[in-house]
Design a protein around this ligand. Structure first.
Ligand code: CTP
Ligand code: MG
Length: 166
């Protein structure tokens, strides 16, 4: 899951500048996505996720087989891209229900990246996804994700990278 987990904290670290929605608003008067979704965050986050995956691909070949889940270049790219696309889609709906940038939206805030990463792989990398994602793995990811999410966001808050600890 690292290629999907890395993009969010990297986007938070280096994001900023031009927002993806270019400042535009929807008919409801609210921003399409908000200032928390920027091109720089997207590019750096996805790039960092893919680099992490490339490292995993390299390690996969140099340590005992079966120790790491078998990634491919495609799975890595879809995991990283899907994670931040899920985050974008989440923010779109977050604005539509009237939540401001940075406001907490439990469940959605934690699982947007998993949903995005899984949906992209399910649709565009179906064979890989269905053979790799066993029920046990899926449940482990569902349990681990909110814990990691919370821990990383508290670190982000304490170090001043994030304004809120979620
Ligand atoms: N970020 C970014 N570009 C992205 C995603 C995130 O620049 N595509 C940066 C922004 O600085 C953002 C921070 O990472 O404020 C934290 O991300 P997140 O919690 O997803 O955004 P929020 O500011 O909470 O906005 P939202 O309410 O829309 O989730
Ligand atoms: Mg947030």
């Amino acid at each position: 899951m690292l290629p999907a987990y890395i993009p969010n904290p990297v986007a938070a670290l280096v994001g900023g500048g031009m927002p993806v929605d270019l400042g535009r608003r929807c008919r409801d008067g609210r921003r399409v996505l908000g200032d928390g979704k920027t091109f720089r965050g997207l590019a750096a986050g996805i790039g960092a996720g893919i680099l992490t995956g490339l490292l995993q691909l390299h390690l996969q070949n140099s340590i005992p087989p079966g120790f790491l889940y078998p990634h491919t270049l495609l799975s890595v790219m879809l995991m990283a891209t899907g994670a931040l696309l899920g985050d974008l889609v989440k923010s779109f709906f977050k604005r539509r229900i009237g939540k401001e940038r940075g406001e907490a939206w439990p469940i959605a805030d934690q699982y947007d990246l998993v949903a995005g990463a899984f949906v992209l792989n399910l649709v565009l990398n179906t064979g890989w996804f269905l053979t790799t994602m066993t029920t046990g793995t899926f449940i482990a990811i569902l349990l681990l994700t909110p814990v990691l999410h919370r821990a990383v966001n508290i670190i982000g808050y304490l170090t001043g990278v994030k304004d809120v600890p979620w």
